[in-house]
Design a binder for this molecule. Structure first.
Ligand code: COA
Length: 330
């Protein structure tokens, strides 16, 4: 691999948070016409975590950053910038990142949210890396956090089986050697009707009329999303590898967005990667939207070795999708 940058952004710490409350397949059997057997066979998911009422996305982001700080002896007061990838912000304004700063008692930080649905973490990681590469920011924290349960109808079996809450965070710092190598990030607005939460924005504001109430929850056309996710993620990975003169054999770990175990398996198969190199933690946390990729890396961090090449890939509403390549430095 060619050294192609003067200064890299490298991940120097990682943290995560999953709420303690579980929503199991048995719970869903009580809430809707489904079965544990069907859910496991079609999605690979056994349970998801649900954040309690009264807490918000920012609370999970803060918990993930604090876990990171404790594990890697980092100090929140050293942070220069915080990017929160989320599609379930605490409120329309201010940004969840602002609220996170307040909860961490930080007042000198450039903080903002980025919404690219389930691709949000990869988008934010590239943005955060660019901030570090300019030399203007030395300690950038990138978080993927979603309390998506607030937008999932617990009784709708077409969505309740998949989604759960969580947050994952990484700390980026400059390095002359290696780190985040490259990324390919894309979007196509033709996907809007296939995966969305329409309510609560300016087109369908909440005003308690029936007309708007029907847009309150996440809706998807599962079959369309499934097919598009597999094609988009595997194509992005192939293009990114080719652009960097790498082959799938060079990759130590594939971390795909944890949408459905069958999607993860199909992407791995399409790329021709050995099964044990395709990480997954979907069974006990489900699809946590922008949090899946950092949470998955966090869970496997003791297996990933310094110098390993990671290929990350995501797909989400929009449609938005992409892939990132990085060398692990912890
Ligand atoms: N429990 C039991 N049966 C169910 C069910 C459920 N939760 N959901 C659907 N079914 C039934 C259907 O009614 C259908 O029955 P029929 O054959 O008698 O008509 C059958 O199971 C198959 O339904 P289908 O919708 O074709 O299932 P699927 O294999 O496509 O799985 C998803 C549904 C949602 C799990 C799958 O399409 C998926 O994961 N899509 C991607 C969604 C996603 O990743 N979204 C986020 C992207 S970031």
């Amino acid at each position: 691999m060619l050294k192609n940058k003067q200064q890299y952004a490298q991940i120097t710490a990682i943290g995560g948070y999953l709420p303690t409350q579980k929503r199991t397949n048995a719970d869903l059997e009580r809430l809707s016409d489904t079965s544990d057997e069907w859910i496991i066979k079609r999605t690979g998911i056994k349970e998801r975590r649900i954040l309690e009422d009264g807490l918000a996305t920012s609370d999970m982001a803060v918990a993930a950053i604090q876990e990171l700080c404790t594990s890697y002896q980092k100090k929140a007061r050293d942070i220069d910038a915080i990017l929160i990838a989320t599609s379930s912000p605490d409120m329309p304004m201010p940004s969840t990142a602002n609220i996170v700063c307040e909860k961490l008692q930080l007042s000198n930080v450039w903080a903002f949210d980025l919404n690219a649905a389930c691709s949000g973490f990869l988008y934010a990681l590239d943005m955060g890396a660019a901030l570090v590469e300019t030399g203007r920011y030395k300690n950038v924290v990138v978080v993927g956090a979603d309390k998506i349960s607030s937008f999932v109808d617990r009784t709708d079996r077409s969505t309740n089986i998949l989604f759960g809450d969580g947050a994952g965070a990484v700390w980026l710092e400059p390095s002359p050697e290696t780190g985040i190598l490259d990324a390919l990030l894309l979007s196509d607005g033709k996907g809007v009707d296939y995966l969305n939460i329409k309510g609560g924005g300016t087109q369908y504001p909440y005003d308690a009329t029936d007309w708007n109430a029907e847009h309150r929850y996440l809706k998807q056309d599962g079959k369309v999303v499934f097919k598009k996710a597999v094609t988009a993620m595997s194509t992005a990975c192939k293009e990114l590898l080719q652009k960097n003169n790498l082959s799938i054999e060079d990759v130590h770990w594939l971390v795909a967005h944890q949408a459905n175990k069958r999607i993860i398996d199909a992407v791995g198969k399409e790329l021709g990667i050995e099964e044990q190199k395709a990480l997954n933690n979907i069974t006990y946390s489900g699809n946590t939207i922008a949090a899946t990729i950092p949470l998955c890396i966090w869970e496997f961090k003791h297996q990933i070795k310094k110098g390993d090449l990671l290929l990350l890939t995501a797909f989400g509403a929009g449609f938005s999708w992409g892939a990132s390549l990085l060398q692990w430095n912890i």
